[in-house]
Write a protein that binds this ligand. Structure first.
Ligand code: COA
Length: 198
């Protein structure tokens, strides 16, 4: 395989490809909240805080992205006006409210949140996710953050296994009516790994 480059930050030329990778990975989990796959991709592509990403490239092609949040800044932050532009005023406001309610997850002030990691489908299982998370750990340490936190749905056993192999420990398992009956998710596990500074 050609050499994989891991870099901090998402240059604008990759916004569309990053949004495509996220849409391919997470569309079925959004249950139509972000519209069709094309609408979801377009909305995400307009919503990046580009410095909060770690990306994987092969021959200058984006193949993986890990978005993070810390100190109240998030990699993906679709504004109310982006929702309105995409879905109209009424639907846009409701969708924005639901999105804000369920996407802004709690984390501690000295923690780095891994918001969303995804690798292009035909490049999974090759160690790229591991490389991105390793770089995320270096980034957390350089920014004096004492742990990394993530959330994973209980049925995503492949991702969970990967996080456990890297050293993340499950600290909480959440079940609730909304998740089970509306979103169809059996539960969400919070996993945490301490960094070397803690
Ligand atoms: C989860 C994900 C980011 C892992 O990235 P990756 O580059 O495939 O991971 P790696 O190659 O470094 O690690 C592979 C390990 O993860 C597991 N794995 C997870 N998803 C996998 C997939 N789709 N194909 C192959 N292996 C996968 C393997 O079991 C493997 O474990 P092992 O090293 O003990 O054999 C990637 O598979 C992906 O984009 N999945 C869809 C989106 C997703 O679920 N994101 C996580 C949400 S919390």
């Amino acid at each position: 395989m050609n050499e994989i480059e891991i870099k901090i930050g998402l240059p604008p030329i990759y916004y569309s490809q990053a949004a495509k990778i996220y849409t391919e990975a997470f569309y079925d989990k959004t249950k139509g909240l972000l519209g069709s796959p094309e609408q979801m991709q377009s909305l995400i592509a307009k919503s990046f805080n580009p410095d909060l990403a770690i990306v994987a490239l092969i021959n200058d092609r984006l193949i993986g992205v890990a978005g993070m949040a810390f100190k109240k800044r998030h990699f993906i932050t679709p504004s109310r006006s982006i929702f309105i532009e995409q879905f109209g005023i009424f639907s846009g406001l409701i969708k924005h409210l639901i999105y804000r309610t369920f996407s802004i997850r709690p984390y501690e002030p000295e923690q780095l949140l891994l918001e969303a990691i995804a690798i292009e489908p035909n490049m999974r299982g090759l160690g790229i996710g591991t490389l991105l998370i390793t770089e995320l750990e270096n980034y957390a340490q350089q920014n004096l953050l004492n742990s990394i936190r993530l959330e994973v749905i209980n049925t995503n056993s492949k991702a969970k296994k990967l996080y456990e192999r890297i050293g993340f420990k499950t600290t909480k398992v959440e079940h609730n009516f909304f998740l089970e009956k509306i979103v169809g998710i059996s539960g969400i596990s919070t996993m945490v790994k301490e960094t070397q500074i803690s």
